[in-house]
Write a protein that binds this ligand. Structure first.
Ligand code: B16
Ligand code: MG
Length: 211
């Protein structure tokens, strides 16, 4: 029985992909490293430092740990500035309708995001007070595909992990949900995952799945 739904943030509730892309692209250009949308897709759900490692696969030189931290910080500064442009218009289709439908059924809702900027994003789009719990990149050290962020969300909700469903757009997030022993619902790019328990094209298809 599903008593709570834990939502990934970027790519499920809010569209921030293009902001991540622009910030990473600016960094890659500065370092003259090849970067494109295909590489950007591999960064979905992956933590900031792990994303940087993926980008540096194309670099012609090696970087020290301190240099890597400086690069990631620089990217984040660009990204956070771009996030100031984020508004309710960036909420993905039917996210609000789904949240309302789940609340009506008495199902708890939470965020389980790898992002350390999750709270800023939720405030920008006006959804900060909407969720019963927020677990994000500031709560864990191991990011998806480790189950940690979803387990923290369940703990904050005080709901057993086996009564939780996760909605994810990233393969790493689907693996994390299964590692957490939760029902894994895939949308977008994550529908390519063989591990997903259910696949949807539209968020509203989730209502009958968790009834
Ligand atoms: P930050 P999610 C993830 O958020 C993004 O999908 C991923 O592209 C990003 O690298 C990661 O957050 C870390 O974000 O740099 O803001 O801490 O999809 O798990 O909500
Ligand atoms: Mg995501």
């Amino acid at each position: 029985m599903i008593k709570a739904v834990i939502f990934d943030l970027d790519g499920v509730i809010v569209s921030t992909d293009h902001y991540h892309y622009r910030a990473w692209k600016a960094l890659a250009d500065q370092e003259t490293i090849y970067f494109d949308e295909e590489i950007n897709n591999r960064l979905r759900g992956v933590s900031r430092m792990e994303s940087l490692e993926i980008i540096l696969e194309r670099a012609n030189k090696s970087y020290t740990e301190d240099e890597k931290v400086a690069l990631a910080t620089h990217k984040n500064n660009i990204y956070v500035e771009l996030l100031d442009q984020l508004s309710a218009a960036d909420i993905l289709p039917h996210a609000v309708e789904l949240i309302d439908a789940l609340k009506l059924k008495g199902i708890k809702i939470a965020i389980g995001s790898s992002s350390k900027n999750a709270k800023k994003i939720l405030k920008q789009v006006g959804l900060y007070d909407t969720f019963d719990a927020i677990a994000d990149g500031t709560d864990v050290t191991r990011s998806k595909p480790h189950p940690d962020v979803f387990l923290v969300a369940a703990e904050k909700l005080q709901i057993d992990k086996t009564n939780c469903a996760v909605v994810e757009d990233a393969e790493a997030g689907i693996v994390a949900a299964k590692n957490a022993e939760m029902l894994a619902i895939a949308i977008g790019a994550a529908t390519l995952s063989d591990l997903a328990d259910a696949k949807v094209e539209d968020l509203l298809e989730i209502v009958p799945i968790v009834k």
